[in-house]
Write a protein that binds this ligand. Structure first.
Ligand SMILES: O=C(O)c1ccccc1N[C@@H]1O[C@H](COP(=O)(O)O)[C@@H](O)[C@H]1O
Length: 219
């Protein structure tokens, strides 16, 4: 099994972003959705990205934004990828000339065989738990047996992942990537380096990838 890429989302300060990269995150997510405790301003996001080493994918998360908000953000922040976590259409997501992924909340009636028809421009689909009235970042899991083994899109598995359950999640679903936010937090908006390291180690272990050597000790 190829090791899934690992995105740590909802970073709010340079210190946590650097720690995420140091323990092995491939991508970091920045939340541009103000009601969230993980929300950052474009200025804060730019400062965080400027502090990163190369080869770290920077992802901007939006929930039903105005196009002007995304454009203003892109003018200030060098984002590699956009993550749309609301009810955005394919044509809305396509207009920014930037690669994007679509988050899909796993409500009972979601048809995973129709994702590419609904959002043909998406580079991948992030599956998250569904909780009425909350767009994401809930810390809830969903039933992974709903995910088919045969897929025609890169699957990014999210929703309530933690160091304790991500190994089983990876083994069961063989995702292209995993995405975590609340499961590696020490307090609202802040990440625990120890927990991020444990999360990444669990992903490596589940993919039988023995070369994990993230910096520092486990304690
Ligand atoms: O993190 C948030 O605050 C958030 C707000 C609105 C939409 C999505 C949000 N986060 C994303 O939700 C999933 C799952 O998060 P969790 O691991 O269950 O806490 C993940 O993709 C976050 O990036």
């Amino acid at each position: 099994m190829i090791r899934p890429r690992i995105k740590i989302c909802g970073l709010t300060c340079i210190e946590d972003a650097l720690a995420a990269v140091e323990v092995g995150a491939d991508a970091i997510g920045l939340v541009f959705y103000e009601p969230s405790s993980r929300s950052v301003s474009p200025d804060e996001a730019r400062e965080m990205i400027q502090a990163l080493p190369p080869f770290v994918t920077t992802v901007g998360l939006f929930v039903n934004p105005e196009a002007t908000e995304v454009e203003a953000c892109l003018n200030q922040v060098p984002l590699d990828l956009l993550q749309f976590h609301g009810n955005e259409s394919n044509s809305f997501c396509e207009q920014f000339q930037r690669p994007w992924i679509k988050a899909v909340r796993m409500k009972d009636d979601v048809r995973l065989d129709q994702l590419n028809d609904l959002w043909p421009g998406a580079r991948g689909f992030l599956l998250d738990a569904y909780r009425p009235g909350v767009p994401g970042g809930t810390g809830d899991t969903f039933d992974w047996t709903r995910i088919p083994h045969q897929r025609d899109y890169p699957l990014i598995l999210a929703g309530g992942l933690t160091p304790d359950n991500v190994g089983a999640a990876v083994s069961q679903t063989n995702p292209f990537a995993v995405d975590v936010s609340g499961g590696v937090e020490s307090s609202p908006g802040r990440k625990s380096t120890v927990t991020m390291r444990a999360f990444i180690k669990a992903v490596y272990k589940a993919s039988r990838c023995n070369d994990w050597s993230g910096y520092g000790s486990d304690s």
